[in-house]
Ligand binder design. Structure first.
Ligand code: BGC
Length: 564
């Protein structure tokens, strides 16, 4: 659509340029309930993420499913089959996230998520027909999970991008934390559904957990169609009238209001500024731009790409998924816990209940303190689990008198203390690094590389998720590393790395617009970033403040508009 065909809704030549810090602080409209609801809806995408990670363990344990895959005389999946079925989803999500970065530049954020939902639904249908006569059970489930994974990859990268771009800056952290909250609810739902269906002796034991996923795809895919797309996407595509329209809807203000004009002019000016420094002329240079700039340069895209991808790597290195993927097996191996499902459920509940704390703390104290102190809390808990284990707890076992193939922990109280510290570790993760990593990757990239930067960071999350899922069984398996609870020395060590990393490398982005974050990262170091205050708008420095949709600016933005 040609912006010139539309009335110049946004022109307001009497609007003052913003120069003072107070002006800069008020460049956004007051947050309305409608804005909250629109932004919060997208966080529903987190349910896919959590549910998909969680339900497969139950399906893999269903007797009927095992018979279909391995034959009627087997009572467990073989290790290669089980690891293939679990990890194929992450392979799909890894590639899905990367592809989605490009798609979001071409067709917009919300349509990319909706397409992701469609791909996901196709994957679910293929998994649903698993076991239908004449098809290969293993082939169906693997193909279905690969395709569903592509959809989850689309959704997990682009929901974060979309939310970061549409949320008001004052509550952006809290709303993106809502996405993490939905991940935790997805994990909890998966545990409950699996618990309720695992003992069925019909195909419902695996078809019900699989089929329920259909609801998530439909709700998000259809719901998003009715929401406005990201104004930043429209600016990047040179569609300023649509950007103004979308911003007006998101902020609940008329498009000619000063709030909308100021915010839009800042987005436009930032885009022009970034493009003037690192232009992108084709698909290849669009990707290459993510890696431009020296490691030691303040204004470097490479630095931001490394920050986003390593932050997600660190989030996985905390070892949280060791608990969510393997806690049942780990607890069983202590020989001390009779109801391992209940303890796993408690871990999942702690995860759900602790996350909302971050809605408040991430805006009150900021991202940096959350990540620094969160890592500190986690490392203390993990070292305590490990130390208790080697001194009195789980690493001291004797042979089970009733079954010579099993061992029992000598000191049940010590094992209980270890379990309590694992729960406290989850509390720290859920209230800090869980949401924090997702919030920060949505904020640190400048618009020209944002969708690919977020995609790369999300892909890094899934890559490390897979690597950890594949190697941990070897670390704790009795026939391999047999580390028992000493595996927590490894997680404690990695959380120490995360603590140092957060202190030296994570900047404070609280309360800033995405454009102000861009400037802050140019002008401060991570350790001085919290003190940085906005002092000049991009709009003022580019000389377009107060005249956003004047013909000259429109032409300029249109000329430079790109899908790269
Ligand atoms: C992580 C997942 C993890 C989940 C637990 C997410 O932020 O990326 O890997 O399973 O939190 O709540």
């Amino acid at each position: 659509m040609d912006p010139h065909d539309k009335p110049e809704v946004a022109h307001n030549s009497t609007m003052p340029a913003l120069h003072t810090t107070t002006d800069l602080a008020r460049t956004e409209a007051p947050v309305t309930w409608k804005a909250y609801l629109i932004c919060a809806f997208a966080s529903f995408g987190g349910i896919f993420f959590g549910y998909d990670s969680g339900y497969v363990n139950g399906v893999n344990g269903s007797a009927l499913f095992i018979h279909l895959v391995e034959g009627p005389d087997k009572d467990a999946l073989s290790s290669p089959h089980s690891s293939l079925i679990v990890s194929i989803l992450s392979a799909g999500t890894f590639f899905g996230a990367l592809i989605a970065g490009d798609v979001a530049e071409m067709i917009g954020r919300k349509w990319t998520v909706s397409i992701g939902c469609l791909i996901y639904l196709i994957g679910v249908i293929i998994q649903m027909i698993t076991g239908a006569s004449g098809t290969s059970t293993l082939g169906d489930i693997v193909a279905g999970r690969l395709i569903a994974g592509l959809g989850v990859g689309f959704e997990s990268a682009i929901v974060i991008l979309y939310m970061s771009e549409i949320c008001p800056k004052k509550v952006r952290g809290a709303l993106v934390a809502g996405y993490q909250f939905c991940i935790t609810i997805g994990l909890l739902l998966a545990s409950c559904v699996v618990y309720a269906t695992e003992n069925r002796d019909d195909t419902g034991s695996y078809r019900i957990p699989i089929g329920i996923q259909f609801a998530w795809g439909l709700i998000l895919g259809i719901g998003l169609m009715f929401l406005p797309d990201s104004p930043r996407y429209f600016v990047k595509r040179g569609m300023l009238d649509r950007a103004a329209d979308s911003l007006g809807k998101l902020r609940g203000q008329p498009i000619e209001s000063e709030y909308i004009q100021n915010e839009l002019s800042e987005i436009v000016a930032n885009e022009e500024y970034e493009r003037s420094i690192i232009p992108s002329t084709n698909w290849y240079s669009g990707w290459a731009n993510c890696f431009k700039g020296g490691l030691w340069q303040q204004k470097s895209n490479l630095r931001r790409t490394i920050l986003g991808t390593s932050l997600q790597m660190m989030q996985q290195w905390t070892g949280v998924n060791f608990i969510f993927y393997y806690s049942t097996i780990f607890l069983q191996s202590t020989g001390a816990i009779s109801n391992t499902f209940l303890i796993s459920l408690i871990f999942t509940l702690v995860n759900v209940c602790s996350t909302p704390l971050s809605f408040y703390t991430v805006e009150k104290f900021g991202r940096r303190p959350l990540l620094v102190y969160g890592a500190l809390g986690m490392l203390i808990c993990q070292f305590l689990v490990a130390i208790i284990g080697v001194t009195v707890g789980f690493n001291h076992t004797h042979t089970d008198p009733t079954d010579a193939t099993k061992t029992l922990a000598n000191n049940i109280s010590a094992v209980n203390a270890q379990i309590a510290f694992i729960a406290i570790f989850i509390f720290f993760f859920a209230s800090t690094w869980g949401p924090g990593a997702w919030i920060v990757i949505g904020e640190i990239f400048p618009l020209p590389i944002r969708s690919r930067g977020v995609a790369l960071s999300t892909a890094s999350n899934w890559l490390w998720n897979t690597i950890i899922a594949v190697i941990t069984p070897y670390m704790v398996g009795s026939q391999y590393g047999n580390l028992k609870s000493s595996v927590f020395f490894v997680w404690g060590g990695l959380c120490t790395a995360a603590f140092v990393y957060a202190y030296f490398l994570v900047p404070e982005t609280k309360g800033l617009s995405l454009e102000q974050v861009d400037r802050m990262m140019e002008e401060s170091t991570p350790r001085t970033s919290a003190k940085w205050v906005p002092h000049e708008t991009f709009a003022a420095s580019m000389g377009i403040s107060g005249d956003v949709l004047s013909k000259d600016v429109i032409q300029d933005v249109e000329k430079s508009a790109t899908t790269f």
